[in-house]
Ligand binder design. Structure first.
Ligand SMILES: NC(=O)c1ccc[n+]([C@@H]2O[C@H](COP(=O)([O-])OP(=O)(O)OC[C@H]3O[C@@H](n4cnc5c(N)ncnc54)[C@H](OP(=O)(O)O)[C@@H]3O)[C@@H](O)[C@H]2O)c1
Length: 267
């Protein structure tokens, strides 16, 4: 349910970031999310160092940039990511967001990579329902593994249509920026106080409550990024937390859904 994000991880102290990733794996945070975009490959290189000798424990995910996502460009980008990660395969390979290359080309490349054993599954990121319909038309049911999307307490727009679409088609939802990319509700806000009250009742922390709320449905996964052992350990603790229906309803009310139009971000 909880994985490890790695956007900007290369900017942290290298030793501490590597130790954090390894500690996360020890604690069961074996889903590691990265992208060729992160640090222009530097994040993948750092992960390669962190996961050396532990590849089989992981669910390793990377992403191709839209400008590279032509048929041959996707294959070449995947090879570069694998080399930086020091791995012979990705568990899942994603199109980072929809760009100018036809989806048919990217999907054909994904299928080719799958046949070659270089990826075990593929998915998309930042796709709204219209884009998801296009993928389904090209690839058919059962081939799209996941849609990775922005989802945190103050940005719940995917609940309008994207979550229902993905659940209908058995596509996993991976919530990125689950802490709002550093904009977590402050302790003195009413939302912060509610999270604190719920956390205290469970001897948990506010961030664990937030992660558990976001991953409250079986279709949902969260990939917080942390570059310290303490943060990773705290995030891992979310997996053991169980919120009551009443607590979920209170959080739901305090952090309202917002309009559908305020949805997927532009990067
Ligand atoms: N597909 C996409 O388009 C897309 C877009 C954005 C993100 N992502 C993925 O999703 C991942 C997560 O999103 P994000 O990096 O944007 O932001 P995030 O996970 O919402 O927030 C990361 C921030 O929270 C801090 N943090 C983590 N655990 C904490 C804890 N227990 N207590 C206090 N602070 C904590 C981190 O600090 P430290 O680093 O100091 O620990 C970092 O500053 C990314 O790393 C990336 O893998 C994907």
């Amino acid at each position: 349910m909880v994985g490890q994000g790695t956007w900007y991880i290369e900017s942290a102290d290298r030793g501490s970031a590597i130790a954090a990733l390894r500690h996360g794996i020890d604690l069961g945070l074996t889903h590691i999310d990265t992208a060729e975009m992160y640090g222009s490959g530097a994040a993948e290189e750092l992960i390669g160092e962190a996961i050396a000798g532990r590849r089989d424990e992981l669910f390793l995910v990377s992403k191709v940039l839209p400008q590279n996502a032509s048929r041959s460009g996707t294959i070449a980008a995947c090879d570069r990511s694998l080399a930086r990660l020091g791995s012979d395969r990705l568990d899942c390979y994603l199109l980072h967001w929809r760009g100018r290359h036809p989806l048919e080309e990217t999907i054909a490349a994904f299928e080719q990579l799958k046949q070659q054993g270089k990826i075990l599954s593929w998915g998309v990121s930042n796709f709204d329902v219209g884009d998801l319909d296009s993928v389904l038309k090209i690839a058919g049911e059962g081939n799209l593994a996941c849609n990775q999307v922005l989802y945190h307490l103050e940005e719940r727009a995917i609940e309008h249509a994207v979550i229902p679409w993905c659940e209908r088609h058995h596509v996993a939802l991976v919530a990125y920026s689950p802490f709002g990319h550093g904009r977590f509700p402050g302790q003195r806000t009413t939302g912060g106080r509610l999270l604190n009250q719920i956390a205290t009742a469970h001897q948990a922390t506010v961030r664990q409550v937030a992660l558990r709320f976001l991953a409250r449905r079986p279709s949902l996964f969260v990939i917080p990024k942390a570059s310290s052992i303490d943060h990773v350990a705290e995030n891992a603790g979310a997996a053991d937390l169980r919120l009551t229906e009443t607590e979920i309803a209170l959080i739901d009310k305090e952090f309202p859904l917002g309009p559908r139009s305020n949805h997927l971000p532009t990067l």
